[in-house]
Design a binder for this molecule. Structure first.
Ligand SMILES: O=c1ccn([C@H]2C[C@H](O)[C@@H](COP(=O)(O)OP(=O)(O)OP(=O)(O)O)O2)c(=O)[nH]1
Length: 132
């Protein structure tokens, strides 16, 4: 059983738990099992994120990044990997394919209102402030 801890780094690595190697052709995606199930305390979530080295070198990221693991989820944690690179990439059993970060969440209740407080930005977004 590999160790999963976050003492010296923000995320703990997630390893592929596959009976057979999976080859991701360019542009293709796959759900990769990790063999992990967990019970997060209420008020926490886990995020599944890419490893930057795999992203940089091989174009392997998570399609839904950050994937959300709910505190009431008891199923196997899976990684939705996608190959954005130009070459096929093979994932073998035990490979570190992603990382997981656990963080507290704010539990909120959304209220419907007819007016919002004014700000300088207002409706501006999506590049409204330019690049310089
Ligand atoms: O990368 C991921 C994302 C999600 N999950 C699992 C845990 C999570 O708690 C559950 C549901 O995820 P999400 O809420 O993102 O999916 P949804 O499409 O909204 O499905 P649901 O209707 O089941 O909430 O799927 C994973 O194992 N890996």
């Amino acid at each position: 059983m590999p160790e999963y801890k976050t003492k010296d780094s923000a995320g703990c690595d997630l390893r592929a738990a596959v009976s057979e190697a999976i080859t991701l052709e360019p542009g293709k995606r796959a759900l990769i099992p990790t063999g992990l199930r967990m019970a997060l305390p209420e008020g926490y979530e886990a995020q599944i994120r890419p490893r930057s080295g795999l992203a940089y070198r091989n174009g392997i990221t998570m399609l839904n990044t950050p994937g959300t693991i709910d505190s009431d989820y008891r199923g196997e944690i899976k990684v939705l990997a996608i190959n954005h690179g130009e070459e096929a990439f093979t994932i073998n059993h035990g490979d570190r394919i992603a990382q997981m970060v656990v963080s507290p969440i704010l539990q909120i209740e959304i209220q419907q209102v007819y007016e919002l407080p004014k700000t300088k930005r207002g409706d501006g977004g999506f590049g409204s402030t330019g690049v310089r």
